[in-house]
Design a protein around this ligand. Structure first.
Ligand SMILES: NC(=O)c1ccc[n+]([C@@H]2O[C@H](COP(=O)([O-])OP(=O)(O)OC[C@H]3O[C@@H](n4cnc5c(N)ncnc54)[C@H](O)[C@@H]3O)[C@@H](O)[C@H]2O)c1
Length: 341
């Protein structure tokens, strides 16, 4: 089946790494017709709009997209495209795997394979905040958690765990202090868990969770949590497995999903053919899995893992003394896939 998908090459290193990734996808044999649209700084400079209507129309029509990193200039009236897309299509799941790869140095772990499901729309990211006095000495942010919002992210995490034969889901909260918002999220989780007796379920208070993840991440499998805690814990998890170099992410809603690397547009190395496309490639692997192209997804991930483990045909961020360029790295992944046919 041919997939028609939206491709946003993005800013900075975005075009280089998307070129590498689309080459590898083509080599995998999965048939994809890309609709290429521009967003971010590139679109702002051309059309005075970082998120032109044709980008939204393309995502709306194709339902699935791969997005390169976008530059968000500081101090300009420039809305965050990432947040705007999330809100427009109600992408309520932020899915962030954190997996170790042999060849990527980590502080002290190996064989860690966590997935964090972060609620992506509610709570302190609702944008409802203001100063409460005219002299601006106090401010408040209103964080709303709903039963509907909690139910859909927790169910999503359970369904994913079941489909991918994962064993355990840990719900993270602060219900001991945030008795209403955190309490509601936890109560919904306990209720939803009754429908998934095949998945082990437990809960942890967020501060203990942060400590436990550092002390012994192997005790965790899938994690579901609210927006702010998920934001922090997913970067903590990336740190455990060697940083953002291999960190993909997905924003998923009822019928739309956008896949991306977690890192930014790296303007300091843009155009130099030294960027590492691995995080975006792993995002593309997640996308293939979402599109029910699991066999190709596995083949690409295995080829990438094998290349990284060998360590002599990798990008400069991984091996500073013996490295190849972004384009050459894409070719090396394709060759590695051929060897495994
Ligand atoms: N999802 C997104 O679109 C996204 C995410 C984060 C930051 N940003 C934006 O990106 C811009 C730059 O942000 P930043 O500098 O804080 O973070 P960054 O992630 O772009 O770069 C941080 C450091 O990591 C390096 N790096 C990042 N990706 C790399 C890769 N694939 N290969 C090799 N090295 C890589 C960079 O060279 C830099 O030294 C900002 O405008 C920011 O708003 C976008």
């Amino acid at each position: 089946m041919k997939h028609r998908l939206t491709l946003i090459p993005g800013d900075g290193i975005g075009p280089e790494i998307t070129k590498a990734v689309t080459k590898i996808l083509e080599h995998s044999g999965v048939e994809i017709e890309w609709e290429v649209v521009e967003a971010g700084l590139t679109a702002f400079e051309k059309y005075h709009d970082p998120l032109p209507q044709n980008v939204l129309d393309s995502i709306d029509a194709n339902k699935v997209g791969l997005k390169g990193p976008l530059t968000t200039p500081i101090g300009r009236s420039f809305r965050s495209v990432n947040v705007a897309i999330r809100k427009e299509f109600e992408l309520f799941v932020n899915q962030r795997p954190a997996k170790t790869f042999k060849g990527i140095p980590t502080l002290y772990f190996s064989d860690s394979d966590l997935i964090i499901f972060r609620e992506n729309l509610e709570e302190f990211y609702s944008g409802i905040e203001h100063y409460i006095d005219s002299s601006r000495t106090a401010a408040e942010t209103i964080g709303i958690i709903t039963k509907r919002g909690s139910e859909r992210i927790i169910k999503f995490a359970f369904e994913y765990a079941r489909k991918h034969k994962r064993k355990k889901l840990t719900l993270v909260h602060k219900a001991n202090i945030l008795k209403f918002t955190g309490g509601l999220f936890l109560d919904v989780g306990v209720e939803v868990a009754k429908d998934y007796p095949d998945i082990q379920f437990d809960d942890k208070i967020v501060d203990n969770m942060a400590m436990q993840m550092v002390m012994d991440p192997h005790q965790f499998d899938c994690i579901v949590t609210t927006n702010l805690f998920g934001d922090i814990l997913s970067d903590l998890a990336s740190g455990l497995v060697g940083g953002l170099g291999m960190a993909p992410g997905a924003n998923i809603g009822k019928d739309v999903a956008i896949f991306e690397a977690v890192h930014g547009s790296a303007p300091d190395i843009a155009g130099m053919n030294i960027a590492n496309p691995s995080a975006l490639l792993l995002a593309a692997v997640m996308m293939l899995d979402y599109l029910e192209e699991a066999e190709a997804a596995k083949r690409i991930e295995k080829a990438l893992a094998s290349l990284i483990e060998k360590g002599d045909s990798v990008t400069k961020d991984i091996n500073k003394t013996k490295y190849i360029g972004t384009n050459e790295f894409a070719d090396a992944v394709c060759k590695e896939m051929d060897k495994r046919q």
